[in-house]
Design a protein around this ligand. Sequence first.
Ligand SMILES: NC(=O)c1ccc[n+]([C@@H]2O[C@H](COP(=O)([O-])OP(=O)(O)OC[C@H]3O[C@@H](n4cnc5c(N)ncnc54)[C@H](OP(=O)(O)O)[C@@H]3O)[C@@H](O)[C@H]2O)c1
Length: 289
Amino acid sequence: MESFVIVVTGATGTVGSKVVAGLRERGESVRALVRDTADVPAEWDEGVEPVAADFADPASLDAALAGADVIYLLVAVHSEMAAHERNVIDAAVRTGRRPRIVMHGAAGLEYRPEGVRFVGAHVAGYDHLLASGLPWTVVAPNGFYQNFLGQAESVKAGRLAVPGGEGAVSYVDARDVADAAVQALTTEGHDGRIYTLTGPAALTHAEIAAELGTVAGRAVEYLAVEPEAALTEMLKAGWDAWRAEGMVELYGLYAAGHAATVSADVEKLTGRPARSFADFATEHSAVFE
Ligand SMILES: NC(=O)c1ccc[n+]([C@@H]2O[C@H](COP(=O)([O-])OP(=O)(O)OC[C@H]3O[C@@H](n4cnc5c(N)ncnc54)[C@H](OP(=O)(O)O)[C@@H]3O)[C@@H](O)[C@H]2O)c1
């Protein structure tokens, strides 16, 4: 009997690595798309088949997707990310097998905010997916709790400095995003659905700073950085301009309160409530202490 082929793109990243692990826990074999097969995560066992491909190279995608039944489509943040999503979708069409695509987008995809390039890229990918005629599902997460791990040094110095204004954000744990994706990849009944993945509550950045302070054992103050100052800092730190400008746009969306909606879709998909930020912070307290 021919085996069922699940392909995971972005397989070494924050979410993709957790999707691979979750699929293995369910006993599924996984074809993991990587750029370099010589450098794969040590925890991958014989049930994970690494295949080399690049989102920018359609021929490599044809080889990687051959025989696919279902594909987790997650592209990295990149100035060409919309083209990367299109390339994977087009290669999926060329397999001739009508694989089901579970596309990893971003919250706001349905709302289509103007001038937020990361979300705009996913909207373009989503429109391309719809036009492809392939069966599809979208998981659309809000910002990840894990992003705050990158703020650990500043938190240790008693400050959370981001251009988030006063808006609340229903951030979500990347582990819940992966668990929801695994469910969408391995069970039926998700075709044509967009699942918005959020945490259980919308928190302002002042509330997040307070939570981080609780686990760090010291006061952590929220500093609402002006967008221009945040951009200057990111450019100074070596971010490429496209990405840095995109971050400022995204925080603008947060500041305006447009990322505060709480969705029940994590629980709908996984059968259990989404993890809280307080629990995430407690689990990662060593990083912030
Ligand atoms: N962070 C957030 O808060 C957030 C919230 C909502 C949505 N999102 C969306 O989530 C996605 C990012 O997810 P993530 O944080 O899990 O990503 P990540 O940790 O940055 O990982 C990106 C993955 O893509 C792979 N990759 C990069 N460029 C590639 C290329 N040219 N060809 C093939 N593979 C390539 C990387 O592989 P290598 O090992 O080869 O580098 C890695 O496996 C983006 O689409 C973003 O818009 C993020």
